[in-house]
Design a protein around this ligand. Structure first.
Ligand SMILES: N[C@@H](CCC(=O)N[C@@H](CS)C(=O)NCC(=O)O)C(=O)O
Length: 239
């Protein structure tokens, strides 16, 4: 198969766009990136490409596809790999369903609580939110979803030795979840690592393994994103 011509419209500070970068790197696909400045209104040429004005959008051999989960899924489908098995066998379809449920749980229950906590305007609310975040990881049994009985012995989803679509769709959020408690950002409670280690050890060691992968962290600039996020939260609190 000829290498596809890929253009990714993106911004490295965006965790949703970051999903596509992880998949592209894992699949070893070359791509051109066009950085969209999110600090100013979208220009008409980009609104023609994506009327929602959001990143990411991909141009795959000239076909335009928006929305991070759809872009990432397209890449995994078009380039069969370790990310996800083909869906045309019952086993492959079931594995994909497990990945989808895990990602749905992560985004709906864990990231949503993380995002709410990041926007807290007092230390008290931040600490309450951090506790609720760890409680959500426990209650939704993220450890059990990651490593059900019969899993392999690797560190990734279902004990895989390498990153899967589950990690491609969650890794960018894990980078934030594992760094925003640091005092220079102050976006999550400082005790988060201790709480995770004690109450969600499987989730915590999985998350640490994920963020250590080059495919996950090659576009990540912690200081830039942490400081920009802290500044944004502060400006929103003043409104
Ligand atoms: N559901 C979208 C969310 C993408 C999204 O919210 N992107 C943000 C940046 S992180 C964006 O483009 N915001 C531009 C704006 O709101 O003006 C996806 O998964 O692709």
């Amino acid at each position: 198969m000829a290498a596809p011509k890929i253009i990714l419209y993106t911004n490295h500070r965006c965790p949703w766009a970051h999903r596509a970068h992880i998949a592209l790197k894992e699949l070893g696909l070359d791509y051109e990136e066009v950085i969209i400045d999110l600090n100013k209104p979208r220009e008409p040429w980009y609104l023609e490409i994506n009327p929602r004005g959001l990143v990411p959008t991909i141009s795959y051999n000239g076909t335009i596809i928006p929305e991070s989960a759809i872009v990432t899924q397209l890449l995994a489908d078009a380039h069969p790999s370790h990310l996800a098995p083909p869906s045309n066998t019952p086993e492959g379809a079931i594995k994909r369903a497990h990945i989808s449920f895990f990602v749905d749980t992560f985004v709906g229950k864990i990231w949503s609580q993380t995002f709410a906590t990041i926007r807290a305007t007092s230390d008290e609310d931040r600490n309450t939110g951090t506790e609720a975040l760890v409680a959500a990881i426990e209650k939704n049994d993220l450890g059990g979803l990651l490593y059900p009985p019969g899993s392999g012995s690797g560190p990734f989803f279902h004990g895989s030795d390498h990153i899967t679509l589950a990690e491609a769709l969650t890794g960018s959020f894990l980078l934030r979840l594992l760094s925003f408690h640091k005092s220079q950002y102050g976006l999550l409670g400082a005790e988060l690592p201790t709480l995770l280690e004690k109450r969600a050890p499987k989730f915590y060691s999985w998350a640490q393994a994920v963020v250590a992968q080059e495919s996950v962290n090659y576009i990540w600039d912690e200081e830039e994103v942490g400081k920009a996020t802290a500044a944004k939260v502060k400006s929103l609190a003043k409104v």
